[in-house]
Design a protein around this ligand. Sequence first.
Ligand SMILES: Cc1cc2nc3c(=O)[nH]c(=O)nc-3n(C[C@H](O)[C@H](O)[C@H](O)COP(=O)(O)OP(=O)(O)OC[C@H]3O[C@@H](n4cnc5c(N)ncnc54)[C@H](O)[C@@H]3O)c2cc1C
Length: 290
Amino acid sequence: MLDCIIIGGGPAGLTAALYLARFRRSVTVLDAGGGRARLIPATHNFAPFPDGIAGPDLLDHMRASAERYGASILPERAVSIAVDDAGFRVVTNGQSHRARALVLATGVTNHRPPLSEADHARALAQGLIRYCPVCDGYEARDMRIAVLGAGRHGANEARFLGQFSSDVTLIAPAGYIYSADVTVADAPLADLALTETEVVATLVSGAVLTFDTLYAALGTTPCTDLAAALGVRLTDDGLVKVDARQRTSVNGVYAVGDLTEALDQIGVAMGQAAIAATALHNDLSERDRR
Ligand SMILES: Cc1cc2nc3c(=O)[nH]c(=O)nc-3n(C[C@H](O)[C@H](O)[C@H](O)COP(=O)(O)OP(=O)(O)OC[C@H]3O[C@@H](n4cnc5c(N)ncnc54)[C@H](O)[C@@H]3O)c2cc1C
């Protein structure tokens, strides 16, 4: 019986693991691989690395930090969780693990623009496709920017990017969008293609537009299957509801990172993880005293 199982080995889960291991708790991280941090070609807003660092390299540092203090990190996907009086049993592809407490750090997945896997990977690496204006709007300053998205979210993202470039065009993935104060393409997207250095958007009207970069503002799906199965309360947007100490509505279950309602940033995920790990440690100590 471990003190804690952390589901998800992104910046949120790995930071929680570091704190818990240093609190001398037995802790295992289950990680399915992938995740949003792994997609980052280079982050420039994470202060310890002024020259930027690629997401996979940052994760390697974080894994090494957690492992140094005894956290174990297993390449396993959690598929179900059972609750009993003693705690939780997490079943993965092939194994089963028991713990007194759980941290959910499974993140969200972005809805992608219509590109093949190989084109998407190249576009991300070259900055032709981006997902996070808060993260890298600075790098896109003065570029010809397309925002692919609809509704309030798309318009807000185009408006935000208008502070970095005067050349921002909002393109609808389908249907019609109206926005009073951003430039909107006159027809929805029919096809998306890449050259070596540009993104080429063909509209259903036949018009062809070229851009230096395209922000996908197509929304996300929170990875909350396990949380929902546990009966954890979710927000209207399908994210995990937490209190000021990152506790969920289910006793002994904490949630951190993009999975919760907060700004989707590495720094925020790490801050939440520090709070959750400290609360979890204190809650277990209090339970033992009683
Ligand atoms: C292209 C891109 C660029 C970005 N740039 C920046 C930036 O420059 N600066 C910044 O601060 N933020 C940036 N972000 C946002 C940042 O990536 C996220 O805020 C951060 O990764 C959130 O961390 P997380 O641990 O919550 O989730 P993630 O990093 O998504 O990690 C979640 C982990 O949980 C695992 N998982 C999910 N389900 C299971 C399961 N059932 N069992 C086991 N494991 C599971 C996944 O495999 C994954 O490893 C960027 C995002 C993208 C997509």
